[in-house]
Design a protein around this ligand. Sequence first.
Ligand code: SF4
Length: 200
Amino acid sequence: MEKVLQYKAALEKRGFKVRVFESAAQVKETLLVEIPEGATVGVGGSMTIEELGVEAILRAKGHEVYWHWKSSPAERAEVTAKAFLADYYLMSANAIYCDGSLWNIDGNGNRVGTMIGGMGKLIVVAGKNKLTEEDPVARIKRDACPKNAVRLGLKTPCALTGKCTDCASPDRMCKLTVELKNPPTARNMEVWLVNEDMGY
Ligand code: SF4
């Protein structure tokens, strides 16, 4: 927990609101209590949120959940737009650097676009494996991109070799790199740090 508390302090120094959780189970319990009845929920592409297993429960409780991963290609544009407008948006960070900056890469831009300018409350859930003292982009390209590329069946060099070649593939998932040095002005957001590994 000491490391998580150090990163909490670094994020807070930059103006982020931060909450700390011992476990993913605690995060799940809290989310299900705090998202009020009738609220709509958007989700960014995130193994962390997938692992939490909240989507099915939220739907069973009557919430409308907009998650492009769970939509057909024909529905995707509408689901993405609805996620941008939703009352809550759940995602993770690809990395949180020790100076308190928050890093994400994206291919389409829907996730980072909603992170920056979405309408609802943003909750960024990050396990302790996302906290890094090394170059955050290096961490993302080594630990996240190859696994995501394989999972999504993308035709990128990192899917084949596990190594980044700074490719120009149409499937490149890191076309965008976004560093939040501070929370965007007027953005209603919280970072929830978890003392467990979550996602990658
Ligand atoms: S630039 Fe290409 S090879 Fe490198 S991590 Fe991104 S998708 Fe993979």
